[in-house]
Design a protein around this ligand. Structure first.
Ligand code: A2H
Length: 255
């Protein structure tokens, strides 16, 4: 473990409907309360283009009670970390868990995607999500994340195999958000094609694509969508983050 602190933006994606297989979750939420999936992202300026939200089918998740009216879905590890950060759980060090389940149980649930052109999106499976970082929930932005792009491509192609509906992936209309000199305005698509990435399991090539996409987007990218259209990404990143936090749709999370 390094000494550098990763400053994530934790997004609050409110559950609109639970999958049939998520009955333990639905039953654990009192009437009048809301549940939220909590993806951790390093790219808040891309939230306009969310098309789905990923969980690992095999990772164990929890439903954690934050207040009488708010419950979070995330990994136990991240809930514990949150409980030692100010302004999230009301009691220092406590993160009361009301349900435990596997990611695959919640696939097919529907959540609100704050700021996205797609108001509501589906919870989908991503096998490469790790339990050792973030919240083990990843919001999907296929325009700018090579991992999200290739996973969406794979899910759409093999929807039946994954037990999902192709339409849930929303892979057909990817929103351009950031324009870059080297890769155009769909950076992830361009890099996946250039590097001939065939599958979400092409780990080495994906690491290269991720590095290139991040550097190009952050240092040379210009916003072409949203309130900060025309501004450099370097500037817009914190402005969008602040808007999300001020609206109550996100909070800072570090690890
Ligand atoms: B990023 P770092 Cl548009 N397992 O958000 C796998 N990936 C995870 C994860 C986990 N447990 N937790 C977070 N992530 C993803 C947006 C995005 C992201 C874009 C482009 C690149 C990108 C939309 N998905 O990340 O290892 C999340 O995806 C590439 C760096 O902690 C999060 O930001 O540095 C990022 O990886 C955190 O990665």
């Amino acid at each position: 473990e390094g000494v550098a602190v990763q400053e994530y933006t934790a997004l609050k994606m409110r559950v609109v409907s639970w999958a049939d297989s998520a009955k333990t979750c639905a039953d654990a939420i009192p009437k009048g309360a809301n549940a939220y999936f909590i993806p951790a992202t390093l790219r808040p300026e891309t939230m306009y283009g969310q098309t789905s939200c990923f969980v690992s089918p095999t990772i164990k998740y929890g439903l954690f009670k934050v207040t009488d009216t708010e419950y979070f879905v995330c990994s136990e590890r991240s809930a514990r970390n949150m409980s030692y950060q100010p302004g999230i759980f009301p009691q220092w060090g406590e993160h009361p868990q009301v349900a435990s389940f596997l990611g695959k149980d919640v696939v097919g649930s529907r959540v609100v995607a704050p700021m996205s052109v797609h108001k509501e999106v589906y919870i989908l499976p991503m096998e490469t999500v790790k339990d050792t970082k973030g919240t083990a929930v990843v919001t999907c932005v296929p325009s700018d994340s090579p991992d999200d792009y290739i996973t969406s491509f794979d899910l759409a192609k093999k929807a039946e195999y994954y037990g999902i509906q192709k339409e849930w992936v929303k892979f057909d209309d990817i929103l351009p958000i950031i324009d870059t000199p080297s890769y155009g305005n769909l950076t992830a698509k361009k890099l996946v094609e250039d590097l001939k990435i065939q599958s979400p399991k092409d780990a080495a090539k994906l690491a290269e694509a991720k590095e290139k996409a991040y550097k190009e987007g952050f240092y040379k990218g210009k916003m072409m969508y949203g309130d900060f259209s025309g501004k450099p990404v370097e500037e817009a990143k914190n402005l969008v983050r602040k808007q999300l936090i001020d609206a109550g749709d996100a909070f800072p999370y570090a690890e």
